[in-house]
Design a protein around this ligand. Structure first.
Ligand code: ZN
Ligand code: ZN
Length: 91
């Protein structure tokens, strides 16, 4: 028999996800969240202009062709270079 392969992408909010978890799954999530990995992720820097993080920098790679680094606190190198060009134009 021929088979059809389908890949579904479902977008759900974190709340919807938690609502469909069983009590034991919620306990597991709680333990995971308390762990270092997610604590660090929660406190990770976010670029104040483009919103990229250490975990998601796709838009910077699209824009500059390379992943950004932190230029200063909450400002990534991709946005830092575009703001400096703006300042140079004004003066
Ligand atoms: Zn940025
Ligand atoms: Zn970035």
């Amino acid at each position: 028999m021929p088979t059809l392969q389908k890949i579904f992408t479902l977008e759900i909010s974190p709340e919807q996800f938690l609502n469909s978890c069983s009590p034991s799954e919620l306990k597991e999530i709680d333990i995971l969240i308390q762990g270092n990995f997610y604590q660090q992720r929660m406190n990770a820097q976010v670029c104040k202009i483009c919103g990229c993080t250490d975990y998601d920098c796709k838009q910077c790679i699209e824009k500059t062709g390379e992943p950004c680094y932190w230029f200063e606190k909450n400002l990534c190198s991709a946005c830092a270079s575009s703001t400096t060009t703006l300042i140079n134009h004004e003066s």
